[in-house]
Structure formats: structure tokens, C-alpha cells
Design a protein around this ligand. Structure first.
Ligand code: SAM
Length: 227
């Protein structure tokens, strides 16, 4: 089914998304390079946009090794009534995420597909996703947005950080280099504005909150109240 030949766990084999079992052991070493050192800044921006009360149920989609999941769980002050759930299709990512989060009580991780979320309708207050949407093709982007809307309560936020249409020469260079390095048509889609197109076709209203390094955008989506 999948065009790449990397090692994939059994959950990962069920998706067309580009999963990272093979990179899990070194992933945290690569993140500072891939985010140009701004990972923590993105996590702060995401947490600020969530405007947490402290007792929410939050979902982190394509959580990788769960660093953001952990940051959000820590920011949720009512440990007894809050929960931050991280989900990733790569079982090896989830294993590492669980180990890293061991002392935290209001956190859980699931190895599952973003396009088939194993959760009840309207069971989360908000969702987040960083650097995941450039790992799935356009049809999956639309499916994941619909599926996320299903599990969110009406008016729930979905905060997304990802590669977007470049806004500077530096951004064009970084985004095109990423595409050239990984040969991922999913990255090219984002650069061409197709992530925005998927938002337009989704059950969310959306806005670009801020732009970074000329090719990364922080988006704030809101589930339409009528759903
Ligand atoms: C670049 S990583 C981002 C990880 C983390 N959010 C971060 O910001 O560091 C993209 C993640 O998406 C996961 N992934 C790809 N397709 C998926 C799918 N269909 N369902 C769930 N996770 C998927 C990969 O396994 C990988 O861990």
C-alpha cells in the first residue's frame, strides 16, 4: 500500500501516511534541526492558543515521541479531571512517548490511526497537531479533519503547526530543501497551499495565527457550532 520501504509496525502498516517507526530512536535528536531550534516556542504558542482552564480533555494527533503531549499535560492544572491523549500510528514512537511521560498522571498514549480515531463523538475539548499534516496526502488531510471534528465538542479548537505556503526566500529554501531531502509529495502539497484547501473543505472555520521562519504557520481552527 505504501510507497516507502521503511520498517513499519502493524498499526502503521494500515495507513498511507508516512509513519516514523524507523526514526523513533533518534527522533528527539533530529527535532532541533527540523524546527530550526524553535520546538519549545511552537509548544508555547500552541498552549497559549488552547487558553486552558486546567481540567480539559486534549488530543495530540501524530504526537511522535509525545513532547508536546507532555507539555500540555503539565499545563493542565487539575490533574484529577484533565487528560492529554497522544496518538500516533508508529508503535515505536508511542513506546518512547510512554517512557518519557512515565511520572505524569494525566496523560495517555494510543497507537492508532488519525483517520480512524478510536474515541467517542464529542469526547475532547480541543485537539493539537504539530508537523503531522505534511505526512499525509490531500485525501487523508480531509479525512483527518473530518474525524477530528467528530471527536471534538461543538466550538472546540484544533491548533495546527505545519509547513505552509512560503512567505520569504528563506522559507522557499527551507521548504523546498525539505521536499528535496525527503521526496515527500505531501510536503509539496502544503507548500502549494493544499493544507489550506483542506481546511476550506472541512467542518472548521480557520485562521492563520502566526508565521515562522518563512514556511511554518500556526493555524487556529474552530469546529463549526452547528456540528
Ligand atoms: C514529523 S512527526 C511529528 C511528531 C510530533 N507531533 C512533533 O511535532 O514532533 C509526524 C508523525 O505522524 C505520524 N503519522 C503519520 N501518519 C499517521 C497516521 N495516519 N495516523 C497517526 N499518526 C501518523 C508519524 O508516525 C510521525 O510520528
Amino acid at each position: 500500500m505504501h510507497k516507502k520501504q521503511h520498517r513499519r509496525s502493524s498499526v502503521a502498516q494500515q495507513t498511507d501516511g508516512i509513519t516514523l517507526d524507523h526514526a523513533a530512536p533518534v527522533y528527539d535528536l533530529l527535532v532541533p534541526l527540523m524546527t530550526l531550534g524553535f520546538e519549545r516556542r511552537y509548544h508555547r504558542l500552541v498552549t497559549r492558543l488552547l487558553a486552558l482552564r486546567g481540567n480539559e480533555q486534549i488530543l495530540d494527533i501524530g504526537c511522535g515521541t509525545g513532547t508536546l503531549t507532555r507539555d500540555i499535560a503539565r499545563a493542565l492544572t487539575d490533574k484529577e479531571h484533565s487528560l492529554c491523549t497522544g496518538l500516533d500510528a508508529a508503535e515505536e514512537m508511542i513506546e518512547i512517548a510512554k517512557r518519557k511521560a512515565a511520572p505524569i498522571s494525566n496523560i495517555r498514549f494510543d497507537a492508532a490511526l488519525a483517520e480512524q480515531l478510536p474515541y467517542r463523538d464529542r469526547s475532547f475539548d480541543a485537539a493539537v497537531s504539530t508537523f503531522f499534516f505534511h505526512h499525509i496526502h490531500f485525501e487523508l488531510k480531509k479525512k483527518v479533519l473530518t474525524e477530528t471534528a467528530r471527536v471534538l465538542r461543538p466550538g472546540g479548537s484544533f491548533i495546527i503547526v505545519d509547513v505552509d505556503v512560503p512567505t520569504s526566500w528563506f522559507g522557499i529554501l527551507c521548504a523546498r530543501s525539505g521536499y528535496w531531502l525527503f521526496q515527500q509529495s505531501e510536503i509539496a502539497e502544503n507548500i502549494e497551499g493544499r493544507l489550506r484547501e483542506a481546511f476550506d473543505a472541512s467542518p472548521f472555520t480557520w485562521r492563520a495565527d502566526s508565521h515562522h521562519s518563512g514556511y511554518i504557520t500556526v493555524f487556529e481552527l474552530k469546529k463549526k457550532d452547528s456540528l
